[in-house]
Ligand binder design. Structure first.
Ligand code: FE
Length: 212
């Protein structure tokens, strides 16, 4: 018999939790409106990476601190180094979604003080890296995807460990904590034209952190 079987489900490492379609479409649209205000106040920029070169994703932040990269290295800054102004406040809708998605997770008390927003246009990617500039690694990183789908990469504790890709779609939420907190991860590919949201080009990731 020739049956078309679905692909076997990907087993994600413990501590990496994927909630498919956690944010319904109307709520994604609400997030996009709040995001537009953040982008106006702090337009995304391509930042320098260690070893030279620039990120292909453009970045900005909201909240009490923002992740930043330049010749001085990777760090969180309380003001936007490109403007000298405070980062825009984290929209209430952002904070609400982040707190809701951790409520039944191993990190129910997670309260983000920073949200790094990455914008991936068609062709943009993010090489394997660890998120290690935060003060407290017992706190997770929570990622909300908006716009185009992406192939997200999860690797191991070393950069050279094998990484596997899985697709994340608009409205999906990823929690990365516990024993997965320091795993290498990245974005391999954006799938242009897959966004269910009007008025968004490419993919935005809202990545919530406890930075300070
Ligand atoms: Fe990361």
């Amino acid at each position: 018999m020739d049956l078309a079987l679905p692909a076997p489900p990907l087993t994600l490492p413990a501590g990496l939790i994927l909630h498919r379609s956690a944010v319904e479409l109307a709520r994604q649209e609400h997030l996009v409106r709040a995001l537009a205000e953040v982008l106006t106040a702090a337009p995304p920029m391509h930042t320098r990476v260690k070893g030279g070169g620039m990120t292909s994703a453009a970045m900005t932040n909201c909240g009490q601190a923002g992740w930043w990269s330049d010749a001085k290295g990777y760090r969180y800054e309380r003001t936007n180094p490109s403007t000298g102004k405070s980062w825009p406040a984290m929209p209430a809708e952002f904070l609400r979604i982040a707190e809701e998605v951790v409520a039944d997770s191993p990190w129910p008390d997670f309260t983000p003080d920073a949200c790094l927003v990455n914008h991936y246009a068609a062709g943009a990617k993010m090489g394997l890296h660890q998120d290690k500039d935060e003060a407290d690694f017992s706190q997770p990183i929570v990622t909300v995807s908006l716009g185009d789908s992406a192939d997200w990469l999860i690797g191991g504790a070393k950069r050279t460990d094998k990484a596997v890709a899985f697709r994340v779609n608009s409205g999906d939420v990823l929690l990365m904590g516990g024993s997965a907190r320091m795993l290498f991860h990245g974005v391999r590919k954006i799938h242009p034209g897959t966004s269910p949201l009007a008025g968004i080009a490419g993919r935005y990731s809202l990545t919530f952190r406890r930075a300070l």
